[in-house]
Ligand binder design. Structure first.
Ligand SMILES: Nc1ncnc2c1ncn2[C@@H]1O[C@H](COP(=O)(O)OP(=O)(O)OP(=O)(O)O)[C@@H](O)[C@H]1O
Ligand SMILES: [Mg+2]
Length: 452
């Protein structure tokens, strides 16, 4: 005989948050990503991040953004409370966050302190959560902006703590998450420091893990400068500019020459409507595009930005929003593969029938040492102060030239069709390799498939 069915009961808010936290905050790097995204959404110009012991004992993210009104501090820590959407439209999402889950999730599995001073407010306020229990707001001192401090992450969920990797590996994952967001937001200054006791004994500032000043250049140049800063000159000197458009999908970015390949797929950065994503479709398309150019086991280096109307991609697939779902996956894949293949072929390469290391050794492209491309992309993620970006975009010329392919436009020539290269001369603002110094120079650049 079976017994009576167990009674159904509603879980407490704290228990629900702890369960949600399992998905939102997988490891310290996910907490850092959530906090930095909040800072970006708040219109920060500078974001400072400090971590200790791989983020396990401390994660602190400070920004100079719009802040949180004193009366809203407690609400910010409640589940499904957000200032970013009103719930009527889940398609046109213009911010990184929209689920109202990140802070309550973190508060459920760590000791969280939120301190903020809203723009125009006379004073700051602070509120604490200890393993789900929200305290009373208190007055605090700080300038405009927000600081979130997380101590003892996963102290409330020891099982999760056991799955974390070494401090070193977790710190690396944090740096990677920060780099991805820094690539997406060149106009924001970032700093990431390791303040573990061994680096900050005696109250020092710790060890700098990453630092990027705000790029002032035009939108596209700013992005290029930031990528150069993050990936280093080697990438800059060995990458092709990609610009392609098909059926309302737009692909821009940079694809490393096959000679720049890596032993693992570690240096591949994808952004969909400005949001960093890890997407199997995109990484598969990238692999497919290089299949004829790389031996097995080698992986291309690439930074690709895909932009489309928001209704063609769903970002609300997973709580971390790192996965997306495209309405027309075949079109996306086709665009990525054809644009990259054309660019590679244009650079003077042919797909080798048998790819060998020897063939790779002979892979010495003649690349115009020239300027970077100047066509922009359209950011879907907007935040306070994004007016500048709009102006920069408006000032940009419409997409030029290219050839038609399956109803689309791919800005790259075919292998051997050098005659397709058009040379344009136009003034450009160059901030390349000379941080902080602007110069205007006039350059000639073969338009499609340029290297930079
Ligand atoms: N750094 C910040 N600056 C200003 N406001 C913030 C900041 N961090 C959080 N907030 C406020 O707290 C709210 C809750 O943040 P939380 O991250 O939990 O949710 P969200 O960002 O709205 O959605 P998601 O769960 O998708 O991240 C935000 O909607 C925002 O109003
Ligand atoms: Mg958020």
């Amino acid at each position: 005989m079976m017994g009576e069915p167990a009674r159904i009961r509603r879980l407490s808010e704290a228990a629900a948050n702890r369960i949600a936290a399992g998905e939102v905050v997988e490891r310290p790097a996910s907490a850092v990503k959530e906090l930095v995204e909040n800072a970006i959404d708040a219109g920060a110009a500078r974001i400072e991040i400090a971590v200790a012991d791989g983020g396990k004992t401390l994660i602190r993210v400070s920004d100079d953004g719009i802040g949180i009104a004193a009366g809203d501090l407690a609400l910010a820590l409640e589940r499904h409370a957000t200032s970013k959407i009103d719930g009527s439209d889940l398609v046109n999402i213009l911010s990184y966050g929209f689920r109202g889950e990140a802070l309550p999730s973190m508060g459920a599995v760590a000791r969280l302190t939120l301190t903020s001073r809203a723009a125009g407010a006379e004073a700051a306020g602070s509120i604490e959560v200890r393993a789900g229990a929200i305290g009373q707001p208190r007055p605090a001192a700080r300038g405009q902006g927000t600081t979130v401090e997380l101590r003892d992450l996963f102290c409330a969920t020891p099982a999760r703590l056991k799955f974390l990797r070494t401090d070193r590996a977790e710190t690396q994952a944090i740096a990677e998450a920060v780099r991805r967001l820094a690539m997406a937001e060149p106009g924001i200054a970032f700093s990431l420091r390791d303040v573990s006791a061994r680096y900050s004994d005696g109250g020092g500032e710790g060890r700098s893990l990453f630092r990027a000043e705000a790029e002032q250049g035009e939108l596209f140049d700013g992005r290029l400068a930031r990528i150069d800063h993050i990936l280093g000159g080697e990438f800059a000197a060995n990458a092709l500019a990609i610009e392609a458009e098909r059926d309302g999908l737009r692909l821009t970015g940079f694809a490393g020459l096959p000679t720049l390949s890596r032993g693992a797929a570690v240096a591949q950065f994808f952004f969909v409507n400005g949001r960093p994503v890890r997407d199997k479709l995109l990484s598969g398309a990238l692999r497919g595009a290089y299949a004829d150019f790389l031996p097995r086991g080698r992986h291309p280096v690439a930074v690709l930005f895909l932009d489309c109307a928001p209704e063609r991609v769903d970002v609300n697939v997973h709580p971390t929003k790192a996965e997306v779902r495209f309405r027309e996956p075949g079109v996306v894949r086709g665009l990525v593969v054809s644009a990259l293949r054309h660019a590679l072929a244009e650079a003077g390469h042919r797909a080798a029938t048998t790819v060998s290391t020897a063939a790779l050794g002979a892979f010495r492209p003649e690349l115009p040492a020239g300027p970077r491309p100047g066509q922009g992309w359209r950011p879907q993620i907007q935040r306070p102060g994004a007016g500048q970006i709009g102006a920069a975009l408006a000032a940009q010329a419409p997409l030029e030239g290219g050839f038609e392919e399956s109803g689309g436009r791919v800005q790259a020539g075919r292998a051997g069709s050098r005659s397709r290269l058009r040379t344009t001369t136009r003034p450009r603002t160059c901030r390349w390799g000379s941080p902080g110094r602007s110069c205007t120079r006039t350059t000639s650049s073969p338009r499609p498939g340029r290297a930079w």
